[in-house]
Ligand binder design. Sequence first.
Ligand code: NI
Ligand code: MN
Length: 232
Amino acid sequence: MNLTYLSHSCFLFETSSHTLIIDPFLTDNPLAQAKPADIRCDFVLVTHGHFDHVGDAVEIARRNDATVISSYEVADWLAREGVKTHPMGLGGGFAFPFGRVKLTIAFHSAGYPPAKEDKQSGFIYVGAAAGMLIQADGKTLYHAGDTALTLEMQLLGKRNKIDLAMLPIGDNFTMGPDDAVTAAEFLKPALTLPMHYNTFGYIKQDPAAFVSALATKGLKGRAPAIGETITI
Ligand code: NI
Ligand code: MN
């Protein structure tokens, strides 16, 4: 399987049969080089309803007639925009044509402010935030979404032989590098990639320092450049 890092928490996965994109935040993302119109895919995975994860999901799904896979609430919201969706809930898995996706626990939030013209007060909440365990082509991938460090990751590591983990290291909104190293110790992946860093001022981090910190624990890490493809 080929994986291309498109910046922030966005990756493109090319399996032997299908192409998937996760958390396609490209427009309004100062680090992204790819444009929504460049993306060819069959499925769009969205971990939670924050703007930096939903991103261009609707435009990409429309252009490709792709199915959005997300929480029940995000799926229902995006279905109203006229795209095909597949709703899921935390702890639930489903066998898709490319492989299996299971929504995992993420300690985070999900919502967005109403449009000004709606004159609505408060926030619009869109379900629980999640991570995703993706099994395809005999490989197991874990995309943590946005989350704090959680002991749930110990269970994921015990029950799955994870080939690749994508972990947020930005701090401030999610776990930072120290907690992400502990997460990798819980998950025991063959390879760990950092994500969700350097996109905004609040989340400046040194990915090389994170990879070195993983090495001190005997764990393999790699920080792909934006646009770089890794084969696992
Ligand atoms: Ni978030
Ligand atoms: Mn985020």
